[in-house]
Design a protein around this ligand. Structure first.
Ligand SMILES: C[S@@+](CC[C@H](N)C(=O)[O-])C[C@H]1O[C@@H](n2cnc3c(N)ncnc32)[C@H](O)[C@@H]1O
Length: 484
C-alpha cells in the first residue's frame, strides 16, 4: 500500500544515496569501478516516545580511480633511508616504516587493518565518520525504523529461547550507537525483555565509544559494581575491544550491521605461476603501489580453504579473489558461543552469496577515492562473502543452523516495516513525513526512488536488495523469524 502511495508524494529534504560496489579487475591491473551506487543517509528525525533529531546526510560518489599492479618479484631492498623532512601523515610514516623494517611489502589486509584501526591514526579511531558531515551513511542513521525492526528480530529470538531472565545483547561495531538506541526505545514497552538485557558494545574506537555512551544516554550505576546503565532501558552497558572479551555462559544475541565489511581482506591475483597475493609497497617516488608476492604467503592457506567451499566453475571464472580470514575466525567464534550458550546472530551487510572478486573500495566525504591515497583519511570496506560465513559456522558447530542470506528488503518487510512507517506517518509533520518516505525507500527500495521530484543528483537510492541478512542460531531453538 505504501509503495502505491509513495509515487504521488514529494520528498524534499533528502540527500543523495550512494551504495558501495567494486568491479572485477583484469589481469595485472587493479581497479574498482563503481557499477552501483553505495549507501547513504538522509536527514530523519526520531519519531515516537523520544523525539531526537538526526542531522545526517549523503552525497553522490564517483567511480574510484584505477591503479596499476606491477609484479616486482625481485623486490627485497628497502628504499634508502632519508633524513629529508616529509609531509607524510603519521599513518603514512607508520606504514612506510613497517614496509622498510620488513624489507618488503605488506598484505592488503595488513594495510587495511592499519588504515582503519591503527590506535593513533586509524580512520575510525579519532572522529565521527558518519552522516552528512562525515564520510558515509549507514541504515541506522537513515531511519529509526531500522533499529526498531532489528529490535523485533531480537525479541523474537528471545521469545524462541523461552524468555530467559538474562541475555547478553552484543553489537559488533556500533558506530554512533544509533541502532542500539532505536532498538531499546522501540522495545521499551516490553519490560521483561529489556530487564533481561546486558548490553555489550564491541568497539575499537575511543571516540565512537564516547558517542555511543551519549546516544544510549548512559549514567553511572548506583550499585557497588559502578558500571554504566542506559537510561533508555535501564540495562547495564559495557564496552569491549573484541567479542572474546564479552562474558560467556549466558544466552547471547549478536547484531553485526556493516561490521564484517570493515574486516581486512587479502587479495589474490591469478598469474602464470598460480595465485599470487597482492601486496602494498613503496615505489621510487615514495608513494604506495600494489605489487604481487613472488612467494606463497600465509593467507594462501585461507584461500585454499575458501576454494573448497566454492561451487563448480566459480574459481575457474575468476582472475582475482578476495578472502577475509578475520570474518571466518569471527564467525567461528560466534557459532561456538551461540552453539553452547544459546541465542543467535544477525549479520547484515552488502555482499555476495559467492566468492568475491574485487570489491575493496575507499570512500572519503561521500566520494570514491583511490585505495592508496592518503591512508587513514578514507573508509576502506569490502563486500562480505556470505557463503564463507555459512561454511565457517557449520564447520565448527553442529549445534547451530545458518539461515539466509535474504535481502534487507525481505528482512525488514517481514518484520513489519510497512506497518511501522504507516503508523508513524499518521502522526507527524509534513517535513517528518518526507524524511520517513525517503528513509523507507532507502532501507527497502531497489534503485532510484520513483516518487522523487527533487534534483537528479540527490535522488534517494534504495539499498533494499543490495544489503543481505544472514542469521546463525542455536539449532534447537528452531528457525528464526523471518528466515522460514
Ligand atoms: C561501517 S561502521 C558501522 C557502524 C554501525 N554498525 C552502523 O551501521 O552505523 C564500522 C564500525 O565498526 C567499528 N570497527 C571497525 N573495525 C573494528 C574492529 N576490528 N574491532 C572493533 N570495532 C571495529 C568501527 O569503529 C565502527 O563503529
Amino acid at each position: 500500500m505504501l509503495r502505491n502511495l509513495l509515487p504521488r508524494l514529494r520528498a524534499t529534504a533528502a540527500a543523495a544515496a550512494v551504495p558501495r560496489v567494486a568491479s572485477a579487475s583484469p589481469h595485472f591491473f587493479y581497479g574498482s569501478a563503481a557499477s552501483n551506487p553505495p549507501p547513504h543517509r538522509t536527514s530523519v528525525e526520531h519519531l515516537g516516545d523520544d523525539d531526537e533529531g538526526d542531522d545526517s546526510g549523503g552525497a553522490p560518489r564517483p567511480s574510484p580511480a584505477s591503479t596499476i599492479s606491477i609484479d616486482r618479484s625481485g623486490l627485497c631492498n628497502p628504499p634508502e633511508h632519508s633524513h629529508v623532512a616529509s609531509s607524510d601523515s603519521e599513518l603514512v610514516k607508520h606504514l612506510k616504516g613497517i614496509i622498510k623494517f620488513r624489507g618488503g611489502p605488506i598484505s592488503v589486509a595488513e594495510y587495511m587493518e592499519e588504515v582503519l584501526t591503527n590506535p593513533k591514526a586509524g580512520f575510525y579511531m579519532n572522529r565521527d565518520v558518519f552522516g552528512g558531515g562525515g564520510d558515509f551513511v549507514t541504515s541506522p542513521e537513515v531511519s529509526q525504523m531500522f533499529g526498531e525492526m532489528i529490535g523485533i528480530w531480537t525479541m523474537c529470538v528471545w521469545e524462541q529461547m523461552g524468555q530467559p531472565k538474562r541475555v547478553n545483547l552484543v553489537e559488533l561495531g556500533p558506530g554512533r550507537g544509533t541502532l542500539m538506541a532505536d532498538l531499546l526505545r522501540g522495545s521499551s514497552k516490553f519490560k521483561h525483555f529489556t530487564q533481561s538485557l546486558n548490553i555489550h558494545m564491541v568497539e575499537c574506537s575511543p571516540t565512537l565509544r564516547k558517542i555511543q555512551h551519549q546516544t544510549l544516554k548512559c549514567i553511572d550505576e548506583e550499585s557497588v559494581q559502578k558500571g554504566k546503565v542506559s537510561s533508555l532501558s535501564g540495562s547495564p552497558v559495557s564496552w569491549h575491544s573484541t567479542l572474546d572479551e564479552v562474558p560467556s555462559g549466558v544466552p547471547t544475541i549478536i547484531i553485526a550491521h556493516e561490521f564484517y565489511d570493515a574486516l581486512p581482506v587479502h587479495q589474490f591475483q591469478r598469474t602464470p605461476r598460480g595465485w599470487c597475493e597482492k601486496m602494498v609497497d613503496i615505489q621510487e617516488d615514495s608513494s604506495f603501489r600494489f605489487v604481487l608476492s613472488p612467494h606463497p604467503t600465509p593467507a594462501t592457506l585461507y584461500l585454499m580453504k575458501r576454494f573448497k567451499w566454492a561451487a563448480g566453475e566459480e574459481v575457474s571464472e575468476l582472475n582475482h579473489v578476495e578472502i577475509c580470514p578475520e570474518a571466518i575466525d569471527l564467525t567461528q567464534a560466534i557459532a561456538k558461543r551461540v552453539g553452547s550458550d544459546g541465542g543467535g546472530a544477525l549479520i547484515i551487510d552488502y555482499g555476495l552469496n559467492k566468492l568475491v572478486s574485487d570489491s575493496l573500495q575507499a570512500i572519503r566525504k561521500h566520494k570514491f577515492v583511490n585505495i592508496l591515497d592518503d591512508p587513514g583519511s578514507a573508509d576502506l570496506s569490502a563486500y562480505v562473502d556470505f557463503t564463507a560465513i555459512r561454511h565457517s559456522a557449520e564447520e565448527v558447530s553442529g549445534d547451530v543452523s545458518v539461515h539466509g542470506p535474504i535481502t534487507q528488503s525481505q528482512l525488514l518487510g517481514a518484520l513489519g516495516i510497512n506497518f511501522r512507517v504507516e503508523a508513524l506517518l499518521e502522526n507527524c509533520s509534513e517535513e517528518q513525513a518526507e524524511s520517513l518516505r525517503t528513509g523507507y525507500w532507502r532501507l527497502v527500495g531497489d534503485g532510484e526512488a520513483p516518487f522523487w521530484e527533487g534534483p537528479d543528483e540527490q535522488v534517494p537510492m534504495g539499498m533494499g536488495t543490495r544489503y543481505l541478512a544472514m542469521a546463525i542460531v542455536k539449532k534447537s531453538q528452531g528457525v528464526p523469524v523471518p528466515f522460514t
